[in-house]
Design a protein around this ligand. Structure first.
Ligand code: AMP
Ligand code: MG
Length: 322
């Protein structure tokens, strides 16, 4: 993998100015409703390679293409089956990625050599203006250094990628705070590959046969290569606590707590969220804050696995698995 040379990172609030960098064969970060993405023109293999270099992302981890309109989905894919059409109708624009058979135009580097491509249409207003101004589908993984928690603020993007990317489109903190739901629609039965804000129940409401990815980690990794890479991890160790526990944190070490229950005593940093949604929204930034403060262990309260709670528990388990 080529190392990137330091570049000047332009920070702008203008979606058209940010889009100029993409049109100029560069790479730039932009906000969406899930997390900030790091984008490049999907059809420009050299620009796509710069994403892998800037993030230090393994080459076998495929990227998601972001579209401004439905026509762009046709440029990226060769087949859109009936189930995929129903999901598009129900959830686009929104926090759902569909894995579809890719068209011959899509360079292999973007899909990590797979014959499929992940496609999403964000609903975030600034993202939509930016994508429309780019005029092409934009591949964008999360705008963090590989393995770090996904960025939910533009400052977190700057922390990881300042001097490594051409531009940051400055927006608010992202609404959802966890990455999109990913569903493989390239075969007969839709398979949920990654939990996100669109839940399995909601998917089944539209296509009843939708199944969760089963099998051991190796099989799962073959289906969705990125899943086997370490993700979402702060430097601090993550420990999952039982829901509703009022046990105090241990008396020694530099500790932190995040959850929805009040009254967990101890720890240097504490974040008590009013809802599971707020917990999901706050998690990755809290991880980063803990690292900045030199925290050694982060105690995270478990939540029921319904709605966004399923995605939150998935991220907590991955962060805790070191
Ligand atoms: P990120 O955008 O950094 O959250 O990473 C995108 C993730 O989406 C990858 O790590 C994969 O797990 C999944 N993904 C993207 N494209 C595909 C694809 N063609 N087939 C299966 N999974 C995919
Ligand atoms: Mg990522």
């Amino acid at each position: 993998m080529r190392e990137t040379l330091p570049v000047r990172t332009k920070i702008t609030t203008s979606p058209t100015e940010a889009a100029e960098f993409i049109r100029d064969r560069g790479i730039g970060a932009f906000p969406t409703e899930t997390v900030y993405g790091l984008g490049a023109n999907v059809f420009d293999a050299d620009a796509v390679e710069k994403i892998f270099a800037a993030k230090m992302r393994p080459a076998d981890n495929p990227l998601i293409a972001h579209v401004a309109n439905l026509e762009q989905i046709d440029e990226l894919t060769s087949v859109i089956g009936e189930n995929a059409r129903r999901f598009i109708e129900a959830f686009f624009p929104g926090p759902l990625t569909l894995v579809l058979k890719r068209s011959a135009r899509v360079p292999l580097i973007a899909t990590a050599g797979l014959d499929t491509i992940g496609v999403r249409m964000p609903r975030h207003e600034l993202a939509r203006e930016f994508l429309a101004a780019c005029g092409v589908p934009v591949v964008a993984p999360s705008a963090n250094l590989s393995g770090r928690p996904s960025p939910t603020t533009w400052q977190a993007v700057l922390e990881d990628l300042g001097g490594r990317i051409d531009c940051i489109l400055q927006g608010e903190a992202t609404e959802i705070g966890l990455e999109s739901t990913v569903v493989d629609c390239s075969a007969e039965i839709p398979v949920l590959l990654r939990q996100g804000a669109v839940s399995l129940d909601e998917l089944r409401h539209v296509v009843a046969e939708t199944v969760e990815l089963a099998g051991d980690d190796c099989e799962a990794a073959a289906k969705s290569p990125g899943l086997r890479h370490k993700h979402y991890s702060p430097t601090a160790r993550v420990v999952i606590m039982g829901a509703g526990s009022s046990e105090p944190l241990p008396p020694s070490g530099r500790l932190a707590y995040i959850g929805i229950s009040e009254g967990v005593a101890g720890g240097e940093l504490q974040m008590v969220c009013r809802s599971v949604e707020e917990y999901a929204h706050a998690l990755f930034e809290f991880f980063r804050e803990c690292d900045r403060a030199g925290i050694e262990m982060i105690y995270c309260e478990a939540v029921p696995e319904t709605g966004i709670g399923a995605a939150l528990m998935d991220r907590l388990r991955r962060a805790a698995a070191k």
